[in-house]
Design a protein around this ligand. Sequence first.
Ligand code: IFM
Length: 730
Amino acid sequence: MVKLSQLFYAGGTVLMRIEQSPEFQIHLQNLRSKEPLFLETIYNVGNGHFGVRDSNPLQGNNLDYIGSPGLFINGFFDYNDVSYGEKYTGYPENDQIINRVFDPRYIRIKVADEDSAIDHFTVDNIDKNLDMQTGLLHEMFSITTPENRNFNLVVESFSSLSKLNVYGIRYSIIPTNFDEDVEIIKLHNYVNQATHQQNEDVRVSQSIGEMQLDFIPDNGQPSYLITTFRSQQGIILTFQANENVAPDPKIDYFKDENNQYGYRSKYHAKKGSEKNFEFLFAIGDIHPLVNARVYADQYLSALDNYIRGTSFQSELMASAQVWQTFWLHSDVKIDGDPQIQLCLRFNLFELNQSAGRDENTSIPAKGLTGNGYGGHFFWDTEMFMLAFFTYTQPQIAKKLLMFRYHTLNIAKQQASEFGLPKGAMYAWRTINGYESSSYWLAGMAQFHINADIAFAIEQYYTITGDDDFLKKYGFEIILETARFWMQYGNFTELDGKHVFVINKVTGPDEYSALVDNNYYTNVMAQFNLRLAIKYAEKFKATDITSRLNVSDKEIDRMKQAAELMYLPYDKEKNVKLQFQDFEQLLPMHLDQIDQSLFPLLLHYHPLMLYRYQVNKQADTIMADILFPKGNTKEQLIADYDFYEPITTHDSSLSKAMYAIAASRAGKKEQSYDFFSQAVKTDLLDLHHNTQNGIHAGSLGAAWQGVVYGFAGVVNNAEHGAKVTFGLEFN
Ligand code: IFM
C-alpha cells in the first residue's frame, strides 16, 4: 500500500532506499484498541514545533463527528481565567492552555448533491500504517454517503523533520460504485474547533483558549494570521496546492463571498479512477501579536520559501532522511520480544516528535498530541526525557535546557514576588515560564523542580563536556536554584542536632502534599547546593562569579546547608523516610481496594489520600536511583520493599523507575514486569487515557529503564563525566 517506489526514486535516480521493516511499522491491524480517539493520538505526526492528531479527515467544525482533532503548536497558548473560591496572594491569575489550531487534515468533499460538510458521511478505517523509519502516515478510509455512494480516500501525511515549519498531506479519491461529479474543497476558515469530546478526567484541560483567524488577502494561496486574545501571540500559516503533480483535475485557488480563501477542484469522477491532490502547509513560528501584525508579509514570504517550488514527495524524502539519521543514533534493539521492541521504538519516535527545538519551548507532558495537562512543561522533561536526548541528540538537549535559561528571569521574579529576596523559583507547570498551577498543593509546592533542572544541567555537562554552555548559562541556573534552597529552607535544631530543613514542600508523590523534609527534595537540594559550590570554586575569581555576585560567605553558607541537610531515616527499619512524619500516617492496604477505584485520584478527595501511607509514584526510590553512590544494595532493597507495596503507580512515570530499582536490587522478574508495563503505556493504552495524548515522560522513563536498568549504565552527575557499566555498591 505504501508507495515506496514513489517515495525513494525521483526522476529515475535512486535518492534513498529504505527497506520497509515491519519492526518500524505501527499497523492498525496490530493494535489492540481501534477506538477512534486512541487512534487519533497514536497516529499523530509531529516534529517538536507542531503535532497533528490523526482525525477523521471529514470531521470539520461540526459536532456530528466525534473526535478531538487539531494542530497543536508548541508554545502557542492562550490564557484562561482560573476561578478560585478564595483567591490568596500569589495564586496564578490565569491558566495557560495550548491552543487547538485548525485541523490541516480536514477536507470537504461533495459527491453529486451530497456534501460532507452538511450530510453525515460514514467514514470507516480500512487501513492505517505509521512508518517510523520515514515518519509517513499512510491511511485508507472507506467513505459512504447517506445515498450509499462509496469511495476510498487514501491520505498520506507527515510533519517534516528537515523543515520544522512544514506539514504535507496528500489525498487520493477512488470512487468504488459511482460515476458522478465530485468536488473537493480545502478551506480552513475557523479556529476554536468544536469537539464532541466529553471528558471528566481532571487531568484533561477543560478550558480552551480564544483565537482569532484572519485571512491575509490576495496572497496567491490561502494564508492566515492567527492570534490569541489574551496571551497576545500571533502566528502566520499558509498552504499551497501542488498543481504540477496533479494537473488533472485542475485545482483552483478561490476567494468566496465571505472573502475566505481556499482551493477547490471539480471534476467528473469515474468508478475505479484515482485522483490525487497534495498540499504543503507552512506553519510559522510564534511572535508577539504586534509583530505578527506588523511584519505579517515578511513572515509570510519566509514561510512561502519553505513550500514554493517543491513537492510533497521531495519534502517527505528530505524529512525521511532525518528520521534515518535519528534511528542510526537512537535505536535500541531488543531481542526476543517483538512487542516490546515495537513499543520501545514507538516511544523513541514519539519523544523525537515532541521535543521543542527552538529554545523557547520544551516537551509538553502529552507531547504535541493533545491539550491534556494544558500542553504544559513539567519536571518530566528534565528527569524523564532529557537523558535520552543528551545521549543521542545533545543539540536538542541543549535547546531544552536553554528554555530554562530563557525563563530564568521569570523564575527569579516569581521567587521575589513570593517573598524570597534571592534565587529562582521555577514554575511547576508552565508554557511561558510563569506558574500555571492553580492547585498549588500538588503543583507549585513541588519545588524539587528547581533541583531537577540543576541535576539535568549537570548530567548534560558531564556527558557532553559543553563548557561553553556551563559558563554562559548552566552555572547561572545552578546558582540561582541553589540560592532558592537557601531562602526556602532554614537551619534549626531537630532531634538534638543542628540541621538544615526544607519544610512545606510536595515531593514527586502526589498522594501526599505539603510535607516537611521530603527525602527526595532534600537530597536533590543538597546536590543542587553542592553543584553550586563546585562550580563557584571552579569559576572563582573569574568574571563569571563576579557577574553573578557570588561571595565566599554565600558559598560557605551553602556548604553548611548541604552538610547539615536533614534526611529523614528510620533507624529501626533501616529505610529512608519519604518525609519527616511519614510513619505517622495511616497504613493503606492497596490489595483490599477494588480495582475499579484506581487511579485513586479519580475516586477520592485528595485530603483523604494525604492521610495515608500511599504513593502515587516513585518518590524516595528515585533518590536511590539517582544517587547510588554511598548507597548499599541492602539499603536499596529495604527501601524498595518498604515503598513498592504502597505504590499504586497511578502516575505513568512510576513503573519505569521501579524497573530500574528492581533491576539494581537483583529482583529481575519484577524489574522486567515493571519495565514491560512501562514501555507499553501508550501503544497498549495501559492507563486507558492515551486518547487524551501520549504520556511523554513515561516514554522517556521506559528508555531509562533499558539503559539505566538492564544495560546497567550508571550515569549521573554524582559519578562525574564517565558513563560506567554495572553498579558497584559500597
Ligand atoms: O509531572 C507529572 C507528575 O509527576 C505526576 N502527575 C502528572 C505530571 C505530568 O506528567
